[in-house]
Ligand binder design. Structure first.
Ligand code: LHQ
Length: 263
């Protein structure tokens, strides 16, 4: 009998953009250990691959990601060691997105629930389809926000609104998400992947400093002004010694568009 082996994460690179597609469409791309491991491995690979200058994360089918696969959590064998699972499966993905000095864009094509919403929050930009929805589903099954949601959500939308989403577990639509600053853009759902690709490709044509800007802005959420001014000095010294800075200045003086290499 033939067996079909399904890849839990599809990957494709074009225009300097690596697109990672969560690929369990029948289960709304809910997260198994296998899928999370594959995602972490792709992010690790992207870090060392010069041809990748931006990453898009999206979902196959009608959902973005329905969070932890609840069947895997509570199976006949007694379920998961949650602490261990978070530490070994989720943390490498969330850290992988943050540590990557390349922009990561979520193309939210449908529902983002529980840890699926955490994945979207851990990226640097969210482009949502107009039918996408967001739900902090954790509380509905008696859990707390995890995979970074308790960190990212109040920083993105403020404490009061984060408290409400996390405790009530109500679903918000793409328009509400845009109003509260949870997403950067809302586009017709049919265009979400192409819009995210275009957005990512624009960033991928950018200079080396794009990665440094990502690092700086994320660090600023955790530091005071004095520390941040020092971090700016460090990052600017690095940017100013890049080939892309030399190209940027040359292009300005020669009155032409710069061609950045990412170095
Ligand atoms: C699913 C799932 C799913 C399996 C839809 N699992 N099959 C927790 C524990 C341990 C460690 C680490 O972290 C976490 C964090 C978490 O993420 S907890 C939160 C987990 N996620 C949820 O509680 C969301 C559960 N799903 C839903 O509430 C709904 O499915 C949403 C609102 C996402 C979508 O609703 P609908 O559009 O009405 O779709 P559906 O419910 O009919 O789902 C379609 C299929 O997908 C269905 O399968 P079936 O065989 O009946 O067609 C669902 O069972 C399956 N599915 N989410 N998380």
């Amino acid at each position: 009998m033939a067996t079909t082996i399904t890849t839990p994460v599809l990957s494709d690179t074009s225009d300097g953009v690596l697109t990672l597609t969560l690929n369990r469409p029948e289960q709304l791309n809910s997260l198994t250990g296998e899928l999370l491991d594959a995602l972490a491995a792709e992010l690790k690979r992207a870090a060392g691959d010069d041809s990748v200058r931006a990453v898009v994360v999206t979902g196959a089918g009608r959902g973005f990601c329905a969070g932890q696969d609840l069947r895997e959590s509570f199976d006949a064998n007694g379920g998961l060691d949650v602490r261990e699972h978070l530490r070994t499966r989720y943390l490498p993905v969330i850290r992988g997105m943050r540590k990557l000095e390349k922009p990561v864009i979520a193309a939210v094509n449908g529902v983002a629930a529980g840890a699926g919403m955490s994945l979207a929050l851990a990226t640097d930009f969210r482009i949502a389809g107009d039918t996408a929805t967001f739900v902090q589903a954790f509380v509905k099954v008696g859990l707390v926000p995890d995979a970074g949601s308790s960190y990212f959500l109040p920083r993105l939308i403020g404490l009061g609104r984060a408290m409400e989403m996390a405790m009530l577990g109500d679903t918000i639509d793409a328009r509400q998400a845009l109003e509260m600053g949870l997403v950067n853009r809302v586009v017709p759902v049919a265009d979400v992947e192409s819009s995210a690709h275009e957005f990512a490709a624009r960033l991928a044509r950018g200079p080396r400093s794009i990665g440094l800007i990502k690092r700086l802005l994320h660090e600023s959420m955790e530091s005071d002004l004095a520390a941040q001014l020092v971090r700016e000095e460090d990052a600017q010294a690095e940017a100013a010694s890049s080939a892309d800075f030399a190209e940027g200045v040359q292009a300005f003086l020669q009155k032409r568009a710069p061609e950045f290499s990412g170095h």
